[in-house]
Ligand binder design. Structure first.
Ligand code: NAD
Ligand code: UDX
Length: 346
């Protein structure tokens, strides 16, 4: 029986998960653990697939509509006997027999999630409903990659899981912020009403190789600009803060959450907090000391501060991030230089 690590609410005791598909007990059942990763062709998802595939007891199925992800991120697994890739949009039902669902399908970059806000909230609401319906049908455990954006423009700092947030319900970011909040609500309602085994990760800003070079997020923007010799575009006021987690630490945290006994929500992120100006200065120092730093205008509802309290992750998952920003940025630079065909400076 999963223990609820969330705000300490005493939810009614949940029913046990539904009886699994008869397939599981058939004598021909493969001993492999069958894992669905929605959004697995994306940045975090493809690194998660790499890690899951290292375990020869795992079969991995990726469902992705390639809105922001790419088959290229999974090319080393296509054709592997324990791997399947399905072009599928999670706003449509999916029928597969699986034991675990990592539900990552959702555009993460603000530029992309604002591009089609109605689709973004459909993905978060209808997509999560479809994945919970699948989990109920086959008795799978399901993990949702929620986000620090559920805290909105936080009035509590650092953010801990018991904080309910400060979110604009009708802003240009609401399709994502409120969409993820509804997704969390649906997860807990299926857990309480149908006994579904749920796990909720609140992911903070994550960076690393395979981020879309032009996806508009700050770390990918600054590294691409530094490599190309373009001014680093600090969006005003520049004093706003974020905390950056390297992707391998993130993947480790997600797997520990799935394999553990706590429902969450649990913050997964690196508490190392920087202003955007400090980030730009660090990228300039590490990647291109000649590059200019310019102040440009920002977009509405940009959170002014963000830093995870990761006490629950430490205590309940035995997890904390290992890679510091100054060590992670060069790894991402190497990936971007390779993909952009720009050799390192002599
Ligand atoms: N990277 C971060 O800093 C961050 C922070 C907080 C939360 N998250 C969450 O983690 C997850 C992965 O983020 P990411 O950074 O890898 O983003 P990403 O955009 O690289 O990956 C998202 C993947 O989902 C796919 N997708 C989008 N809509 C879909 C749909 N309707 N049906 C099927 N596939 C769909 C995309 O094609 C892509 O492959 C997302 O749920 C995101 O909200 C990411
Ligand atoms: O070129 C840029 C881009 C962004 N920024 C600033 O950098 C900060 C971070 O912006 P990003 O677009 O990278 O990402 P955000 O922090 O807004 O959202 C991010 O964290 C929460 C996740 O759920 C989202 O999926 C992820 O994209 C913002 O204050 C933004 O104004 C710049 O200063 N320059």
């Amino acid at each position: 029986m999963a223990k609820e690590a969330s705000n300490g609410d005493n939810h009614a005791a949940t029913k046990p998960p539904p009886t699994p598909s008869p397939l599981r007990n058939s004598k021909f059942f493969q001993s492999n653990l069958r894992i669905l990763v929605t959004g697995g062709a994306g940045f975090i998802g493809s690194h998660l697939v790499d890690k899951l595939m290292e375990n020869e007891k795992n079969e991995v199925i990726v469902a992705d509509n390639y809105f922001t992800g790419s088959k290229d991120n999974l090319k080393k697994w296509i054709g592997h006997p324990r791997f399947e890739l399905i072009r599928h949009d999670v706003t449509e039902p999916l029928l597969v027999e699986v034991d675990q669902i990592y539900h990552l399908a959702c555009p993460a970059s603000p530029i992309f999630y604002k591009y089609n806000p109605v689709k973004t909230i459909k993905t978060n609401v209808i997509g999560t409903l479809n994945m919970l319906g699948l989990a109920k049908r086959v008795g799978a455990r399901i993990l949702l990659t929620s986000t620090s954006e559920v805290y909105g423009d936080p009035l509590v700092h650092p953010q801990e899981e018991s904080y309910w947030g400060n979110v604009n319900p009708i802003g240009v970011r609401s399709c994502y912020d409120e969409g993820k909040r509804v997704a969390e609500t649906l997860m807990f309602d299926y857990h309480r009403q149908h006994g579904i085994e749920i796990r909720i990760a609140r992911i903070f800003n994550t960076y690393g190789p395979r981020m879309n070079i032009d996806d508009g997020r700050v770390v990918s923007n600054f590294i691409a600009q530094a490599i190309r010799g373009e001014p680093l575009t600090v969006q005003a006021p520049g004093t706003q803060t974020r905390s950056f987690c390297y992707v391998s630490d993130m993947v480790d945290g997600l797997i520990r959450l799935m394999e553990g006994e706590n429902t969450g929500p649990i913050n997964i992120g690196n508490p190392g907090e920087f202003t955007m100006t400090e980030l730009a200065e660090t990228v300039k120092e590490l990647i291109n000391p000649d590059v200019e730093i310019s102040m440009v205008e920002n977009t509405p509802d940009d959170p002014r501060q963000r830093k995870p309290n990761i006490t629950k992750a430490k205590e309940l998952l035995g997890w904390e991030p290992k890679i510091k920003l100054r060590d992670g940025l060069p790894l991402m630079e190497e990936d971007f230089r390779t993909r952009l065909g720009v050799p390192p400076k002599k």
